[in-house]
Structure formats: structure tokens, C-alpha cells
Design a protein around this ligand. Structure first.
Ligand code: KG4
Ligand code: ZN
Length: 334
């Protein structure tokens, strides 16, 4: 396929960040012209999670401001294509981005491409790599605040979900445990910052590794949260030790199941994506475990958490897609 030169606007409002980026793809090379993430973390912190009505209000307020910033940073460079997340995510939040993108598409007479947020977390791996190819088939582990899934990927656009969480997502588990321990939201980075104070991976605190040895590719993290609750209830615990162990329990399950899937499906590569992949220990330990058995692709940390660049690159790959009606789908599957 001939590579076109395109400037793509990527918009994401699936959760609590308002993200817009402008990405230029020129002779197979990528250049990020602007990448703005307007975080609502401080607002939601006091609720220990995302407070939907607050998130909707903030998206509405922030979208025009963030877009203006992008225009300023790029000296009003015209764009050729718009990509917007249509799901999965919080439906009213998704609509904010979709309606904004629809208005822009109409005003500037540009095509609008609908983007699946989970696929975007996977394709974030192309951001630093340019359009050089990834060896397929691959097993993708997508771990974020809303999702935990293992996906068999045969090529860009061809996916098969082979396992997912039966209850809480891994990021959600980090967030809920952090709340139990009185730490900041989002919980992942807060727990990682405490865990780093403990050397080695073993601590006197032992938590379960749910479903680690089961012969399927599903996950379950809500029991882990309950186990933490029981460990700390009415007791004075060493918070860094609890953090180290909760982080290690989540990492152990994620790595074991991912490698099992990669072996069972005899894939060439393992691809990681989603906010939890920003976790330094997870990145380090999976590299050590995989050795040279599979090609390993991990996005730069700043492209693991939600951003507009991953939406723009996904829209680029699907630029020929014609969608009759662009609408939010909170439970969109990959
Ligand atoms: O992908 P993302 O930005 O949003 C969703 O699509 O959900 O992921 C956010 C999640 C949060 O649950 C957050 O606690 C987690 O990613 N996270 C981390 C780290 N950074 C963010 N979890 C563990 N370690 C981190 N360093
Ligand atoms: Zn995400």
C-alpha cells in the first residue's frame, strides 16, 4: 500500500483525560506536531476514582481549550483526517469527544474515522517505531484502568480476544487498593512509588495470585483487593511492603498468562499496551522473563497512558474505513 503523507488529529475523551494530538506521517516517518493531555487527576483524586458527571463537565470545558493549544503549537497547520475514540469508555464522556470531532469534521470538511480505544493502546507501539513492521502473529496484553485482556493479533485490524478479566481490571485493582491504603489516585503510580522503597520482590506479606495456574487466559483481580482489605483491617502494616507485594502479585499473573498464551498460540511477538504498562517493574520483569523467546514491543511510558497520538495512528491505519454513523459504544469490543 502506498504510504500517503497525512496530518491526523487524534481525539480521546474515553475516561478522565481530555487528549488531542496532531500527528504527521510523511514518507513512512512519524512526527508528533502536538500532543496535549489535559489531566483531571487532581479533580477526581478526592473521590479515589473517576467521578463521571465531573468528567463530562471538564471534557466540555477543556476540548476547545486543548484544541486551541494544539493549533497554537502547530501554527494552525491544516489537518487531513480526524480520528476519535468511540469506545470502550464512559459513554457520556465518549460523546463529548465525538460531538466535538463531528463539529470539526463538518467545519473543516475532513473525514472522520472512529477509533477503538483498546486497539489504539496496541497500535501505540508504532509511535516510536515509525511504520516499520511488527512480526505477526502476536499476543497483545492490554492493561489499563478499564480493561485487562489478552488478544491474538494476526495483523493490524485482525484481532481475537482470547481472555479478559472476569471482574476488576488490573489498573482498577491498583486504584482501589491505593484507596484502601490511603494513597493518591491514580493508584498505579502511587503504589509503584511506595513499592520501590522495598528491595527485592519478596516481603513478609503474602497475597494470592488469582487464576495464575488456570488453563485459560482470563484474569480476576477483585479478590486481590479483598485480600488487601483483610490484611490491613485493624492492623498497622508496613505500607511499602503491602505495595511491593500487590504490585508483584499483579505482575506475576500478567506475565505468566501472557507467556502461556504466546507459547500456546506459537506467536512471534508479545505486544503490551495500556496505562499499567507504564509500570517500571512490569516492563523490567517481562523483558527478563521473555529473554529472546519472543519479540517484545512496549510503548514509551508516556504513550501507555491515554493520549491523542495513539488515536491518530489508529485512524491512520484505518483511513480507508467508511463508518455510516459515528456513535459512542461504551462496551465496544476489539
Ligand atoms: O490507559 P489508561 O491511561 O486509561 C484507561 O484506558 O483506563 O490507564 C489508566 C490506569 C490507571 O488505573 C492507573 O492506576 C494505571 O493505568 N497506571 C499504572 C501506572 N501508571 C498508570 N499502573 C501501574 N503502574 C504505573 N506506573
Ligand atoms: Zn486507555
Amino acid at each position: 500500500m502506498a504510504i500517503q503523507n497525512l496530518k491526523i488529529l487524534g481525539i480521546d475523551t474515553s475516561c478522565d483525560d481530555t487528549c488531542i494530538a496532531l500527528l504527521e506521517i510523511k514518507n513512512s516517518k512519524l512526527e508528533i506536531l502536538s500532543n496535549i493531555v489535559s489531566s483531571q487527576v487532581k479533580l477526581h483524586a478526592k473521590y479515589g476514582g473517576v467521578y463521571p458527571s465531573l468528567a463530562i463537565r471538564e471534557h466540555k470545558k477543556n476540548l476547545p481549550l486543548v484544541f486551541k493549544k494544539v493549533l497554537q503549537q502547530t501554527q494552525n497547520k491544516p489537518f487531513d483526517l480526524i480520528g476519535v475514540t468511540v469506545g470502550p469508555g464512559l459513554e457520556p464522556c465518549l460523546w463529548q469527544g465525538i460531538n466535538f470531532a463531528k463539529d470539526l469534521a463538518k467545519k473543516f470538511k475532513k473525514p472522520l474515522i472512529s477509533v477503538n480505544h483498546i486497539e489504539a493502546h496496541i497500535l501505540a507501539n508504532f509511535i516510536d517505531r515509525g511504520l516499520t513492521s511488527i512480526s505477526f502473529p502476536a499476543i497483545c496484553l492490554v492493561v489499563s484502568g478499564g480493561h485487562t485482556g489478552l488478544i491474538l493479533m494476526n495483523e493490524i485490524g485482525k484481532y481475537q480476544l482470547i481472555g479478559e478479566t472476569r471482574d476488576d481490571a488490573a489498573g482498577e485493582c491498583f486504584d482501589k487498593v491505593a484507596r484502601i491504603l490511603g494513597l493518591d489516585y491514580p493508584g498505579g503510580p502511587a503504589i509503584a512509588a511506595k513499592a520501590i522503597q522495598i528491595e527485592g520482590s519478596r516481603t513478609p506479606i503474602i497475597l494470592p495470585r488469582p487464576m495464575i495456574n488456570q488453563r485459560n487466559y482470563d484474569f480476576s483481580f477483585s479478590g486481590l483487593k479483598t485480600a488487601v482489605l483483610y490484611k490491613v483491617k485493624g492492623r498497622k502494616v508496613n505500607i511499602p511492603e503491602v505495595c511491593r507485594e500487590i504490585q508483584q502479585a499483579i505482575i506475576d499473573v500478567l506475565i505468566k498468562k501472557t507467556i502461556k498464551a504466546a507459547k500456546d498460540y506459537r506467536v512471534k511477538s508479545i505486544i503490551l499496551g495500556g496505562g499499567v504498562v507504564a509500570n517500571i517493574e512490569l516492563r523490567k520483569q517481562i523483558k527478563e522473563k521473555i529473554k529472546k523467546d519472543f519479540q517484545l514491543y512496549i510503548p514509551d511510558s508516556k504513550f501507555c497512558t491515554d493520549n491523542g497520538v495513539m488515536i491518530a495512528i489508529t485512524a491512520y491505519f484505518h483511513r480507508a474505513k467508511k463508518t455510516k454513523e459515528i456513535k459512542a459504544d461504551a462496551n465496544l469490543k476489539i
